[in-house]
Design a binder for this molecule. Sequence first.
Ligand code: ADP
Ligand code: MG
Length: 703
Amino acid sequence: MSLLKSPITALHGVGAVRAEAYRRLGICEAGDLMWHFPRSYENRGDVKTLVEATVGEKQALVLTVATKPTLARIRRGFTILKFRAFDATGTCEMVYYNQDFLKNAFSVGEEYRFYGKLEQKAGRFGMSSAAWEPTRAARPLAPLFPVYPSVDGLSQKQIKSGVHEVLSAAESELSDYLPDEIRLKNRLPALLTALRGIHMPESYADLIAAKRRLVYDELFLFALALRLSAKRERKTGAPVFDKNDLSPFLALLPYRLTGAQSRAIGDILADMATNTPMNRILVGDVGSGKTVCAAAALYVAVKNGYQAALMVPTEILARQHAADLAPLLERLGIRVTLLLGALTEKQKRLARETVAAGETDVVIGTQALISEGVEFASLGLVVIDEQHRFGVNQRAWLTEKGKHVHTLVMSATPIPRTLALTVYGGLDISRIDEMPPGRQKVDTFFVGESYRERLEAFIRKQVTEGGSVYIVCPAVEERDEEEGNLLLSEIGELVLPEQKTPLKSAVEYTKELSERLPELRISFVHGKMKSADKDKVMRAFAAGEIDVLVSTTVIEVGVNVPNASLMIVENADRFGLSQLHQLRGRVGRGTRKSYCVLVSDTKGENATKRLKTMCATNDGYEIAETDLKLRGPGDFLRPMANMGIRQSGGTDFRIADLCEDGDMLLGAFSDAEKFLSEQTLADHPVLSEKVQSMLAENETKIN
Ligand code: ADP
Ligand code: MG
């Protein structure tokens, strides 16, 4: 009888109660526990002496017990156990609360490894409730001590013992599903070695190798699943829009379409002229003129008797689109309704009724609003702008409601051709690779901290001359509660967390700047603000009521403030090229001569190259190609992490991170491609079973 395939209750000490706790972790069969990876590792192998150790931080110490533990009853139900322990450099008082059974656990003269937060009071070292292990164990002590995600009713110790039991069984029961030639080509350890390495690493190198293997597996399986699901039949049942004469529409435009715009519109109209739902992404640099392509699609849908929706990530963008499009569409006899969270309940109800009764043709709004219980009389087309801003939940709505509608997604992230297939798995792609004529170039400079004063003078000058200024700071990262541990998600990264430079936070920065430039109107927005508050500030900025807007990257979204003439990016080395390019696209949108200043004291070679590239070119595709060379595909895969993967047959990852592990993703994709072209999955039953279960899991998540 296989232990791995038995219910979790087959493990020692697991009854109904613990099984229920395991179930809450998604673990039902004993074998599932192998895939329950630690979240972090206590760095217990980094042993310090008392004088070397840092007070206030978690620390591993090897100490010899000096005194017999004494147990004192402080009050009813509360005891305290104390003893002293020493190393060559000093003595430390060890304290445990309510753990009477430890009284006989420590022997005077014996050595233990302790791990806990070191404190110092009145010159004396102390440590309370430290984890402890005798150093004279049969095996050398593990340097990295795993910490598992858990739930109430399940201790770390219990999980660990379960994992050990399962891994022992795996020795005889588990077969490696990854074909040998692929494993060896990628220099990956065998499956069992990797599982041991992730659960009980004997060294940091062990852990890195284990993680590489397990990340690779997820990505390879993902690639196989994606290929297999893409082969499934495409749906039909979408409305056919065959009345697609654009001349009345084109006649009203104040400009001629660029060649690239005409081609994109051609793709879109061809898609919508068949009963297979359009599933297309329109990729074009900031300012390349995607909106008019969307408008052409909206026009055609309505002329064929259907309603259409334009969904955007923020209310301010919804307003902007409505202001741009409504006059044009209304002249063509198309009724436009704007649906905003800021409307009163009554107004919203009225808008919904209008939509449901078919008394309007085009609805513009944030996706949340449109998806919230709006019934369309006859929805035929959905356009989604700035797709990378949308999360997974909002997409679920599309797969459900949008079964028989045409979908057009727009993105301003130029993606190198080599990557596009991977990133947009199931979508057809149109690109706008040509800018409308007469665009001004944004002059870009890369400066260090020593320019601070000159920079402030420049800000003042821009504002005095009537321009306005964006200042972007990187988002402040939140640290995990397992302070001091090595996070599994960070294993293998080049930069250790403590080496990261201190970041400017938008809020503090605003305060500082307001003190130095008191005559300017300075305000901030950041990602954690309520969206209504964000919109309010953005609107004030757009209206010229704010001179300087300090923000995290929330302004990346395609907001149009033609008056903005200066973009300053702080800690610019922290941003990817594509992101910098997006940010720069916020200025130079009007007639005002515009500038971008990248502030950084970086010595990093790659970072310096990135910033110099920004100064040298304004071309989004050139920047994207350079970014791919310098940073790997991570930045481009971020949109995929937010969107498009489940839809096209993917799944959530346990250990892989599409952004961090981008290089590996590309390798896994090409391996999968090659594998499927040379062999059939049926010849690899274990692998096939793995892929099928991945597909099945995904299906249940969608439905
Ligand atoms: P994005 O692709 O970033 O969404 P927009 O659609 O907002 O770009 O277009 C940016 C600006 O360019 C708008 O003011 C729009 O009117 C203008 N525009 C679009 N197409 C053309 C064109 N073919 N010729 C001239 N101006 C254009
Ligand atoms: Mg746009």
